[in-house]
Design a protein around this ligand. Sequence first.
Ligand SMILES: [Zn+2]
Length: 422
Amino acid sequence: MVRRNRSTRCILVLLLTLSLLLTSGCSTSPPANMDWATPTVSATTGIEAEIQDTFDAYAAALVAKDEAGFLATINQENTRFYASQQELFRRLEDVPFDQYRIALESVSESAEGAAVAKVLTTSTLSGSFPGLPQPTRSAYALVRREDGWKLSGDASEQALGRKRDARLEDFGKVLVHESGHAIVLYLAPDAATAARVGGQIDDAYPQLVTALPGVELPRVPVLVFSNQEQLDQAYPGQWQEWVGGASRQLGNSEREGGEIIVQAQVYRETGSYDPDFQSQTIAHELTHIALFPRSGVSTPPLLVEGLADYVAGVEPSPLLAEKLHSGAALSPSLSDLYQPSGFDVLLSNEAAQLAYDEAGTAVAYIERDFGGGKVLALLEEFKRREDDGTDQDQLVDEVFRQVLGTGWADFENGWRQYVLGL
Ligand SMILES: [Zn+2]
């Protein structure tokens, strides 16, 4: 079996970028869901307020685990839809929702007493990030009954021109494993995987907060999908087959945080021949979640990817030291990796391996020779200056000089000596 190259860990983040994710350490991607753009909400009418009441009751019942209240919002006469919603309620019954919001985007009345509503859905988990993440879009058919509007069918395909993206609960009952630092949502066949991922997050957490003094994360949400087919439906076109885990930013601030997504089948395969790579992947992704709100458009990706590998305890391959000993030019060079696109243009496995080795050793060098907390101080300064328009070469030199007391050229020389001395 082919050993996964470490570049996979970056690419997977790149593949899962949302439109809001312009500042991730791994990429700056165009919005993934641009084809979903639609007009803004129309003026509130009586019908819209009534229909919003129905969605509020539906969402509140999901949080309160109130099955009767939930089913009271569904049209009983559509027996098939009613049964599917009853099943949905049971599949979500264990999920510790803190908030569940369904916001009406627009309503069109298809006939007297019948309507189609486009909605934006989002939720948070108790004990996890408190901010509501970017919502996902779907649509419902509704009918008016004596006691209010009732949901009467999924109208996503009809109203939005495509099926809505699948969610974990579409594949079975969602089970929950809470560890010290994670809330892992999974399906019955993946119980052992869920427990293992939770344990790996707990194991990585102390190293993360040591590297980022003062930073804390609430329990990190983890979604374990069983296989590739499920992921292709949940994140169409955004997941590559050979990726076992990924992180996804859920909003711009620390309040929304991020989530880790695991492809259980690949995760288990990887673990069977390289358990270290598996736990390092999870630690690497956990680090990305801490760094999402701390990265800006001018943040050198070498700091982000380097810290993620440093926290994960990834040892550099012999390749980097060999190159340095032989005096060969590095491609990419360390300077290439402070450019915002530095990790997006790695065209070969060797380039990817070198890039991660360079980044990881650069962060290890900062940690050893400049003291703990300096990587965080660098990130904060780059974030603070992300809009000041300084040329990237000059910005990096200035920020390194200010935070570490050494300009870029001296830093790069010191790093080369550090690697040669390993
Ligand atoms: Zn990465």
